[in-house]
Write a protein that binds this ligand. Structure first.
Ligand code: KIV
Ligand code: ZN
Length: 527
């Protein structure tokens, strides 16, 4: 890779995290209000410069989340998204204005395909950009503007509208590769050319926002930095629409590990990466793939004899960063059945969980049960235990489950659920123990949701390992993913399904069927 001398005044790249906005737009990645606040706090603590907290006009829930994140944030700039209309922008300002440092982010699709949808001529769209950015800037000193699908917008038109947005007062211009279409050399070149040719470009910050449809999002973002971008938009675990976005952990670690050829600094405390990655995986219901860079379960695992031998002699033979650099413990075996409450509290703290006394008591009881069943309790087991304790919603809870299975079908599931504080029981049959269990849930809480995904993975090794189960449900275009872990795979399956139903109920309150705000119309918000 060739490097270009950095012509900008400083070597600092701003990290703009959009897990709570673009990430939450992934089908099924709905987070509850409390979860969004918690993720925002973790992002703030790890040193993210700008947190895009949501899309305030999208729903009452999004508005509340952005407002409260704005109030709670200690260091980060808090940003909200708005389409190119006054109503969106006003609503966004109402939410972010509570922040110490607020930002309005307004956007419009500028490529031919996107211009055709609101049916605006180039001139009409240019006028709309001028008016909406001016309006935003009259409300807030810090305005970001994005030409959506910039990488498929004609060069002349892109340069023209970027200039208009700068003149109207935008302080950051974000260049989105909305459909993950660009490639590293082109990504660098586009930013370089905008900086060189658009009047006023040297007075604002250029940002890069890359989707991962061709698996090049991180490379494209880093190339854009080479071209002069000084803000990277990204998400934890690369969460986001379709194939996702640039992953925060990947760009940050690439800038750290290859500082020799990527000489830009971020303000991120990389030791907090593992914890937030695990947390986002849980609350979004999107487990991290085992071989994912930096945060995957296998990212620091060494299987072959040659690798293990090399690692024992010198870890640098097969590791380009230390596990501790991303907050992973060197040793993973932890507590046993003789461990006490204090040891558990201290271990959980190390893993990023600070529990109130009553929560710790619950987890302690469950830890003892697990330690009786399992020889060794690993960090991942403890994390699964804590997360299992966090109910998304109280509407449905599993009280008891007894399953009869074996070679003689049909299998039976006797289940008791607490639904809205009332206990209900049923005996259901099915084609296998999991099918019988899911049939029992459907009999007790009838619903039309369709099972889209059922996935089982072992948390640790061995036949006594806990199973983590993910369940994805779809109802009227709304998608919700639930997760749970237990040494009993069928119990984990029941809890994961119930978790998904609870999330679906939250989503029902949040959106009308099929009401994905991104597709509602780029401009109109009833004005
Ligand atoms: O991908 C995209 O274009 C976006 C914009 C709203 C910035 O997410
Ligand atoms: Zn995006």
């Amino acid at each position: 890779m060739t490097t270009t001398p950095d012509t900008r005044p400083e070597n600092r790249v701003l990290i703009f995290d959009t897990t709570l906005r673009d990430g939450e737009q992934s089908p099924g990645a709905t987070m509850t209000h409390a979860e969004k606040l918690e993720i925002a706090e973790l992002l703030d603590e790890m040193g993210v410069d700008i947190i895009e907290a949501g899309f305030p006009i999208a729903s009452e829930g999004d508005f509340k989340a952005v407002s409260e994140i704005a109030k709670q944030s200690k260091n980060a700039t808090i940003c909200g998204l708005a389409r190119a209309n006054y109503k969106d922008i006003d609503r966004c300002w109402e939410a972010v204005r509570h922040a110490k440092s607020p930002r309005i982010h307004t956007f419009i699709g500028t490529s031919p395909l996107h211009r055709a949808i609101p049916n605006l001529t180039k001139d009409e769209m240019a006028q709309r950009i001028h008016d909406t950015v001016t309006h935003a800037r009259n409300l807030c000193d810090n305005v970001q503007w994005s030409p959506m699908d910039a990488t498929r917008t004609e060069w002349d038109y892109l340069a023209r509208v970027v200039e208009i947005a700068i003149k109207a007062g935008a302080t950051t211009i974000n260049i989105p590769d909305t459909v993950g279409y660009t490639a590293p050399m082109e990504s660098a070149q586009l930013i370089r050319r905008l900086i060189a040719e658009v009047p006023g470009a040297d007075e604002i910050i250029f940002a890069t926002h890359c989707h991962n449809d061709l698996g090049m999002a991180t490379a494209n973002a880093l190339a854009a930095v080479e071209g002069g971008a000084r803000q990277i938009e990204c998400t934890i675990n690369g969460l986001g629409e379709r194939a996702g976005n640039t992953a925060l952990e990947e760009v940050v670690m690439a800038l750290k590990v290859r500082h020799d050829i990527l000489p830009w600094d971020t303000g991120i405390d990389t030791r907090k990466i593992m914890n937030i990655s695990r947390r986002v995986a849980t609350v979004s219901g999107f487990p991290v793939q085992f071989n994912k860079a930096i945060v995957g379960k296998n990212a620091f695992a060494h299987e072959s004899g040659i690798h293990q031998d090399g690692m024992l002699k010198n870890a640098e033979t097969f590791e380009i960063m230390r596990p501790e650099d991303v907050g992973l413990n060197a040793t993973n075996i932890v507590l046993g059945k003789h461990s006490g409450r204090a040891a558990l509290r201290s271990k959980l703290k190390e893993l990023g969980f600070e529990l109130a006394d009553n929560q710790l008591n619950d987890v302690f009881v469950r830890f003892k049960e697990l330690a009786d069943r399992k020889k060794e309790v690993y960090d991942d087991d403890l994390i699964a235990l804590v997360r299992q304790n966090e109910a998304v919603s109280d509407r449905l809870r599993l009280k008891s489950l007894k399953v009869i299975c074996g070679t003689e079908g049909p299998q039976h599931a006797a289940m008791t659920l607490t639904i809205d504080d009332e206990e209900k029981s049923v005996d259901a049959t099915g084609d296998g123990p999991v099918d019988a269990t899911f049939n029992a849930i459907k009999a007790l809480f009838p619903h039309e949701a369709r099972l889209q995904l059922y996935q089982v993975a072992a948390v640790t090794e061995g036949t006594d390992a806990q199973a983590t189960v993910s369940v994805r449900l779809e109802e009227d275009g709304r998608i919700a993913t639930g997760q749970s872990a237990d040494t009993d795979t069928v119990v984990a399956s029941a809890k994961a399904y119930i978790n998904a139903v609870n999330r679906l109920l939250v989503r029902r309150e949040k959106t009308a069927p099929n009401a994905d705000v991104k597709g509602v119309g780029y401009l109109d918000a009833g004005e």
